[in-house]
Design a protein around this ligand. Structure first.
Ligand SMILES: CC(C)(COP(=O)(O)OP(=O)(O)OC[C@H]1O[C@@H](n2cnc3c(N)ncnc32)[C@H](O)[C@@H]1OP(=O)(O)O)[C@@H](O)C(=O)NCCC(=O)NCCS
Length: 176
């Protein structure tokens, strides 16, 4: 079972909820710069954001969980963090931050906490993710959180805001 939340020095990660529709839409989901290297296109309506939240809510927390990043005492949604468990021994993640919060070390802080937690679990041996080879910021976040670049799987993911063709990615992991 994935935890219901995480806390860092500056952040609270709590489960996504229906009321997050407007903060997600207004904060980052329709922002073409934020979504450039993601697997989804910018949302064009609040209904699209509501549908995304519904899918997250339907997913059993044994398989995956989506958290909202807020300040320590709540407040405005700063971004989102997905944690998935494709097998009992390994976790995968994805993250996104609204643009006003970029460059303050926040995602490094969130990922470090999640990765530390993951590798403290008896049954978990690996936490990993991939990013587009041009997504310098995301690669750097993973490196700063202690993940190691394992390789460059070619033509792995379609990032539709960059190209309709599958893109080369960097693969990162931390293991124990
Ligand atoms: C990628 C993202 C999560 C980074 O979050 P962040 O909180 O701004 O990152 P941090 O402040 O923790 O930065 C960590 C390091 O990355 C660097 N970095 C962050 N964004 C960068 C960018 N766009 N270009 C170059 N370096 C960048 C920082 O300078 C820092 O390195 P340093 O300490 O050596 O200077 C954020 O830019 C984002 O949400 N992007 C859009 C969504 C996305 O691409 N998600 C990942 C999909 S794989």
């Amino acid at each position: 079972m994935l935890p219901s939340g995480f806390q860092t020095a500056r952040l609270n990660l709590r489960p996504i909820a229906p009321d997050d529709r407007d903060p997600i839409f207004d904060g980052y989901a329709q922002d073409a710069e934020v979504t450039r290297y993601l697997i989804w296109r910018p949302h064009r309506s609040r209904e699209e954001t509501a549908a995304y939240i519904a899918v997250c809510a339907e997913t059993p927390p044994t398989i995956a969980r989506t958290y909202m990043l807020t300040g320590r005492d709540g407040g405005i949604v700063r971004g989102g963090f997905d944690l998935r468990q494709p097998a009992p021994h390994r976790l995968e993640f994805g993250y996104v931050l609204a643009r006003p919060f970029w460059g303050q070390g926040l995602m490094t802080e969130a990922l470090t906490e999640v990765a530390d937690w993951a590798l403290r679990q008896d049954h978990v041996f690996r936490i990993s993710a991939v990013c587009d080879i041009e997504n310098i910021g995301s690669a750097r976040v993973m490196e700063k959180a202690g993940l190691i670049r394992e390789g460059m799987p070619r033509r792995l993911m379609i990032h539709p805001n960059v190209s309709d063709e599958p893109r080369d990615c960097f693969s990162y992991a931390r293991v124990r």
